[in-house]
Design a protein. Structure first.
Length: 594
């Protein structure tokens, strides 16, 4: 097992740039080349053939989130050491230059041209894509309340109406009874029949209705103390966390859902965006606040168009406290999530800088793209005051580096790529935007991320977990067991690593109670499992919290494009993409518990 060098390798290309003075918002640049940058590598192997690429506001799904990757815009990426955005070209480390591996950067080191050894654009880091748009969900019963909204020609506010209205109707697919049985065409099947001692119980399982032939996306999965809520195509549906029974009538939108807030507010509300119509001119500009526990609708708003080329065909939304930030392709607008009132806009600043993406949570981060097409072309990361939009600090990245993902906003941990140098970098920024550390672990990592065509989707990743001063990343494994590596955010060096307990990939899910929770993927003859890993002390061996039954391993493997969560001792698994395949029933959502 290769260990990180005792001294930082000297391999970047230039010191960090002095930040510009804090400024206002963003403006409109010319259209860019690659849509959203390369997706991050995946982990594991596919359980079934992934769906064909489909158009949508969040791009084209290429493979299952935990499966064998398909080529992304830059093919595979190198690992692990990357010529970073602050400084030096690769130099041989203690182990020599490895094929496919760049070396990490450290600020201030001198620069020379990168050395040989690349095996092609971004080789070595697999690109696994999660579709992040919208999908068809299950209709719950015969009486369904729908949200009737505006299209491009008539900007009417949504109203509630009965489903016998002549407007859009949900599909007639039945709902699972919520007792662990399926709802297949030939009658219910008890998924807990033959369950072995020590195995978890299928609390409930939902099959998906037929989707359009071109496929449909299913973004978002939110779990409260009472309810598990899933968005799909034009609907939001809610299930009791314990037994899967419907907790409120589904909300049906007049057009497909095009964006959601990935996280919920402190009082369990989310914002859903849906299209203004069904024509080619339709925009993703209709916002609706929804209470997850009751299904009640709150305020509605329309996102106004930006300047020329500033599109709302696709938007991204994120929450930071009571601030809802809605990102267009080249600007952003902040709303008060409690009232829906507009707070401020973020537009062009410093002549040539415009917004590329936002990331929310404990802090509000924006990425600006500056000087497009010129000699001074570069990205900048800024922290904003969520209440006012005022810039707290700015970190300028070297030319050629594109900030793709934010693994965390507190502390700020960003993943960037350099297409020309075929390298990547993971940097931790301090409270004032200074570069605190850069990951220097000699490894290919397997974080799974979505891919948006017109936006970067900074927070569209699973498998990278930050807790305190530690970043947890899964290694990439095409076959057999992988490892989880704990990386110090103070130094960028490896603290420890632990191997998956079985010959399947293990993925970090979240940190809670001083422990790391991880998901071990199912095999062809065994179910997946949830494990707990001690983050301190001498032993980090995984301890099984939930062993999923062998009898449902095939169903569990069938979620090739998936979102996962572990809440209050229950494991939730849902799809993020429906293929529209009429030959087989597709999976929608599955819950395990004791």
């Amino acid at each position: 097992m290769a260990q990180p060098p005792s001294q930082p390798p000297q391999d970047g290309f230039g010191a960090p740039q002095d930040p510009p003075a804090p400024g206002g918002g963003f403006g409109a640049p010319p259209p860019q080349g690659p849509p959203a940058g390369p997706p991050q590598p995946g982990y594991g192997y596919p359980q079934q053939t992934p769906p064909p690429p489909q158009p949508g506001p969040y791009g084209q799904p290429q493979a299952g989130p935990y499966g064998q990757p398909q080529p992304g815009p830059y093919a595979q990426q190198p690992g692990p050491y990357a010529s970073g955005p602050y400084g030096q070209p690769p130099q041989p480390g203690p182990y020599g230059q490895q094929p496919g591996y760049g070396h990490p950067q450290f600020p201030g080191a001198p620069g020379t041209p990168p050395g040989p050894g690349s095996r092609g654009p971004f080789k070595g880091k697999s690109a696994v894509i999660i579709g992040a748009a919208t999908a068809v969900l299950i209709a719950l019963g015969t009486t369904v309340w729908a949200v009737s909204g505006s299209d491009e020609e008539k900007d009417e506010k949504p109203v509630a109406r009965q489903s016998d209205d002549p407007g859009p109707q949900p599909s007639g697919a039945p709902v699972n009874p919520g007792d662990g049985s399926g709802d297949g065409d030939s009658g219910p099947e008890d998924l807990n029949e033959g369950r072995k001692s020590g195995e978890s119980k299928v609390l409930w399982y939902k099959e998906a209705p037929d989707a359009p032939g071109s496929g449909a996306d299913a973004p978002g999965m939110w779990i409260t103390d009472k309810t598990a809520v899933k968005a799909a195509y034009k609907e939001l549906s809610a299930y009791n966390v314990a037994d899967g029974k419907p907790t409120w009538e589904p909300l049906v939108f007049p057009q497909k859902i095009c964006a959601v807030t990935p996280e919920k507010t402190s009082d369990d509300k989310v914002v859903v965006a849906y299209m203004s119509g069904s024509s080619d001119r339709a925009k993703c500009n209709q916002l609706q606040l929804v209470d997850l526990d009751t299904g009640e609708k709150g305020w509605t708003r329309k996102v106004e168009d930006g300047a020329l080329f500033d599109s709302v065909i696709s938007i991204e939304m994120t929450l930071s406290g009571n601030t809802l930030m809605v990102g267009r392709s080249q600007s952003g607008t902040a709303f008060d999530v409690t009232s829906g009132d507009k707070m401020y806009d973020k537009r062009k600043y410093d002549e040539s800088c415009f917004p590329a993406a936002f990331a929310g949570g404990e802090r509000l981060i924006q990425v600006a793209s500056c000087g497009a097409g010129g000699n001074n072309e570069h990205d900048e990361v800024q922290e904003l005051d969520p209440k006012t939009g005022k810039v707290k600090w700015t970190r300028k990245f070297e030319k050629g580096w594109r900030v793709e993902r934010a693994y965390s906003v507190d502390p700020v941990v960003v993943y960037s790529t350099n297409k020309d140098k075929k390298t990547w970098n993971i940097s931790t920024l301090g409270s004032s935007g200074s570069v605190r550390s850069q990951v220097s672990v000699d490894e290919d990592f397997g974080v799974q991320c979505g891919w948006a065509i017109l936006a970067r989707d900074l927070q569209g990743c699973e498998g990278a977990v930050v807790d305190g001063d530690t970043l947890y990343l899964p290694t990439k494994a095409t076959t057999g067991a992988n490892e989880i590596v704990a990386v110090s955010l103070a130094t960028g060096k490896e603290k420890w690593r632990v191997k998956s307990p079985v010959a399947n990939s293990m993925v970090p899910v979240k940190a809670e109670g001083g422990k790391l929770i991880a998901y071990v993927e199912p095999s062809y003859d065994g179910g997946g499992r949830i494990v707990s890993i001690a983050t301190t002390g001498g032993s980090h061996e995984p301890v099984t919290l939930l062993q999923n039954p062998q009898g449902t391993a095939a169903i569990e493997r069938g979620f090739f494009s998936k979102s996962i969560d572990w809440v209050d001792g229950r494991f939730y698994l849902s799809t993020t993409r429906l293929t529209g395949n009429d030959d087989t029933k597709e999976k929608l959502m599955l819950a395990y518990g004791k």
